[in-house]
Design a protein around this ligand. Structure first.
Ligand code: C2E
Ligand code: CA
Ligand code: CA
Length: 404
């Protein structure tokens, strides 16, 4: 590429437009307290100030209310942000409105063509979203960030895709063995959901469970997993543990659906464990407590997952119908590493048995950890040392060594 070509390419690169949206903070309040005329005067002065800091060719438009848009015909990321900073500086000085000197603040959203939108509409939407991001984070200026955009096309597509996968019941479930420590045999499996995504590969729950929770799909997802796992149980043998999100518990139909799944597959309720996290137990107890008590009355058992992770654990043990606590793997990882952590772990095990609860240690990765747990009276162990999560085919064919 010769010099001429390069400078042309550079110029082309610079000649893409950028859009800035501006919205005043608390304008409505000002309007309501000082009156519309004062508000209008403020907007007029503001428009003048902004025009002074714009370059020739830049366009300023009022979008209605207290919103303005600035179109920069040719700007890259750096020059668009520089323009945004020049605009935000006009708010450094108070506006004189009648006898009032008033300080106002604003939030600016920046969007670049074609990166953030390939039509004017899409670009306007991106600038608008960025403006809200700026307002929420109180940074005054934000450039559009699709991962922060709860309505980004990617996110909406993923939600639709997730919804379809739920409708078709097409999740992969892996089962991880749980060892009964005293008797040294595996008689329980935890179901862990995976999503085989056509372009992103095999996704772990962390990649889609939060999205399912935020989009209201988690209840259906948990029930799809439950139904599949209850069917698979015939091949696995043993007890079955299922993870239930807090959002699912609050769903009005969840108890009926759990019972239906058990009846349909003729599984004894006592073969099913529901794993719920401590954080699930914090809000709106009345919404789920009755259902949990009813299921437990039928024989379904309840495990408190990730125990010890920072909620007021002790208080919950007294108030919630729980049969087993699953001690978070961060404690297990400290065995042999930290005396304090071992002391805490020992105290947890003692506390659980004082409440008449069973204990399960997660994330057991070594023989030494397992021996320590056996020595301190922990009932169950789960982790890579016992077995990885595996398909139902692998799980049903698996023979465990007697040597644990
Ligand atoms: P969890 O219930 O604490 O599940 C245990 C997680 O630890 C699993 O990750 C498992 O693969 C991993 N793990 C097992 N043994 C070891 C070990 O020895 N060392 C280490 N480092 N990790 C180990 P996974 O499958 O990614 O699941 C993550 C979380 O997703 C689960 O945490 C559970 O809270 C949630 N989850 C899984 N399936 C479902 C589901 O069907 N519904 C809902 N609502 N949540 C689910
Ligand atoms: Ca779990
Ligand atoms: Ca856990």
């Amino acid at each position: 590429m010769d010099v001429y070509d390069k400078s042309l390419a550079d110029r082309r690169k610079r000649e893409t437009p950028a859009l800035i949206y501006l919205d005043l903070d608390n304008f409505k309040l000002l309007n309501d307290t000082l009156g519309h005329q004062v508000g209008d005067e403020l907007l007029r002065q503001l428009a003048l100030r902004i025009k002074e800091v714009l370059r020739q060719g830049d366009l300023l438009a009022r979008m209605g209310g207290d919103e303005f848009a600035v179109l920069l015909p040719s700007a890259d990321r750096a020059s668009a942000m520089a323009a945004a900073r020049r605009i935000i500086e006009v708010f450094d000085y108070p506006f004189t409105l009648g006898e009032h000197a008033i300080h106002v603040q604003a939030s600016l959203g920046v969007a670049l063509f074609p990166e953030h939108g390939q039509t004017l509409d899409a670009l306007a939407r991106a600038a608008d979203v960025a403006m809200y991001q700026a307002k929420q984070s109180q940074t005054h200026i934000a450039i559009y960030d699709p991962t922060q955009d709860i309505n980004s096309v990617e996110r909406l597509e993923t939600i639709q895709h997730l919804r379809k996968t739920i409708q078709q019941g097409r999740f992969l479930i892996q089962y991880q063995p749980i060892l009964n420590i005293a008797e040294r045999y595996v008689n329980k499996w935890e179901a862990l959901v995976r999503w085989e995504h056509p372009t992103r590969g095999l996704l772990r729950p962390a990649d889609f469970v939060p999205l399912a929770e935020e989009s209201g799909l988690i209840g259906e997802l948990d029930l799809v997993v439950l139904k599949q796992a209850v069917q698979d149980q015939k091949r696995l043998g043993g007890e079955l543990a299922i993870n239930f999100s807090a959002v699912t518990l609050a769903h009005p139909n969840w108890v009926r659906e759990v019972v239906r799944a058990l009846v349909d597959e003729a599984l004894q309720p006592s073969m099913l464990w529901l794993e719920i996290t401590e954080s699930a137990l914090l809000p709106e107890r009345q919404k789920w407590l009755g259902g949990l008590v009813a299921l437990r009355g039928l024989g379904v058992r309840v495990a408190l997952d990730d125990f010890g992770m920072g909620y007021s654990s002790l208080a919950h043990l007294k108030q919630v119908p729980v049969d087993l606590i699953k001690i978070d793997r961060s404690f297990v990882a400290e065995i042999g590493q930290s005396q304090t952590s071992e002391d805490i772990l020992r105290a947890m095990l003692q506390l659980a048995s004082a409440f008449g609860l069973k204990t399960l240690a997660e994330g057991v990765e070594s023989r030494a950890q397992l021996e320590w747990l056996a020595h301190h009276g922990c009932h169950y162990a789960q982790g890579y040392y016992i077995g990885l999560p595996m398909s139902v085919e692998q799980a049903s064919a698996k023979v465990f060594p007697g040597a644990f």
